[in-house]
Ligand binder design. Structure first.
Ligand SMILES: Nc1ncnc2c1ncn2[C@@H]1O[C@H](COP(=O)(O)OP(=O)(O)OP(=O)(O)O)[C@@H](O)[C@H]1O
Ligand SMILES: [Mg+2]
Length: 253
């Protein structure tokens, strides 16, 4: 299992802005969400849950400024008026690893694409913290699903962006590694504005300063547990919130 030594170098501190998506998204005649408001709190985590196919990834991709194919009528902006362009790191639901690069090369991809020299000490420290050091020279085809997902997570964590959009970042991980990676991501992304899509009510209750449910074409807020994320795994309020979220998801029509 991964052991977490202190990293040799850290990502410099960044503070993310509050962000608001407000509007309606459709694919043809099918409405994904109508007059929805999704407001990300500045410098902390917002979590988005909802049944498969409701439009969570589409909302995330809209905020990322990526092509979705959806007809979106509305507005997406930072509430302090600052631009979003160039300030967003995005981890897709599929890992999008390049098959011809090894794990290390995939983690360094962002720097390469920017034409800057990769920060190898920080990359290697992060790979080590993610428990992937023994696999650093493997290509994606030789990695397990959970190893691939952690590689994609490492690539996202290497981006020093103020806004971080994570689409089910821990979904392929075993329970212990998932908890470890939640801790690591919360620590590494301190101060960032993070939106995480997840199907795991416990994950949302552990990490969300704000929690949204998307169902029946609408977005509603669910009260988060008291206290600031990241919450202890055995925090009674966190566990109560987890249960309440699951009940609400099961009650959805
Ligand atoms: N380019 C597209 N053209 C038409 N329909 C699309 C397109 N992309 C997504 N959809 C549809 O929009 C709906 C929402 O898709 P989306 O990927 O946002 O769902 P999701 O909530 O992320 O689901 P999951 O939890 O399964 O990942 C789905 O019914 C999907 O089939
Ligand atoms: Mg999705």
């Amino acid at each position: 299992m991964p052991v977490f030594p202190a990293p040799t170098s850290r990502i410099p501190p960044v503070t993310g802005p509050a962000i608001r998506l407000a509007g309606t998204a459709r694919f043809g005649t099918a409405t994904l969400f109508r007059d929805a408001v999704l407001e990300l709190l500045p410098g902390t985590w917002t979590c988005l849950l909802g049944p498969s196919g409701v439009g969570k990834s589409t909302a995330l991709r809209l905020i990322a400024g990526l092509d979705t194919g959806a007809d979106f009528q509305g507005d997406i902006k930072a509430l302090d008026g600052s631009p979003l362009t160039g300030r967003v790191a995005y981890m897709a639901q599929s890992d999008l690893l390049l098959p011809w690069l090894d794990l290390r090369g995939n983690v360094a991809l962002g720097a390469r694409l920017r034409g800057s020299p990769p920060d190898w000490p920080r990359i290697d420290a992060l790979i080590d913290r993610l428990g992937l050091a023994a696999h650093a020279r493997k290509r994606p085809a030789s990695l397990s699903g959970g190893q691939r997902q952690r590689t994609a997570l490492a690539r996202t964590l290497m981006e020093n962006k103020a806004i971080v959009l994570l689409d089910e970042p821990f979904s392929a991980l075993d329970a212990r590694t998932r908890a470890d990676m939640q801790d690591l991501a919360a620590e590494t992304l301190a101060g960032r504005t993070v939106l995480m899509v997840t199907h795991d009510p416990g994950e949302a209750a552990r990490l969300g300063a704000r929690i949204y449910l998307m169902e029946n074409n609408t977005l509603t807020q669910h009260p988060p547990p008291a206290g600031h994320p990241i919450r202890a795994i055995d925090d009674p309020e966190m566990l109560a919130c987890q249960a309440a979220l699951l009940l609400q998801l099961r009650a959805a029509t």
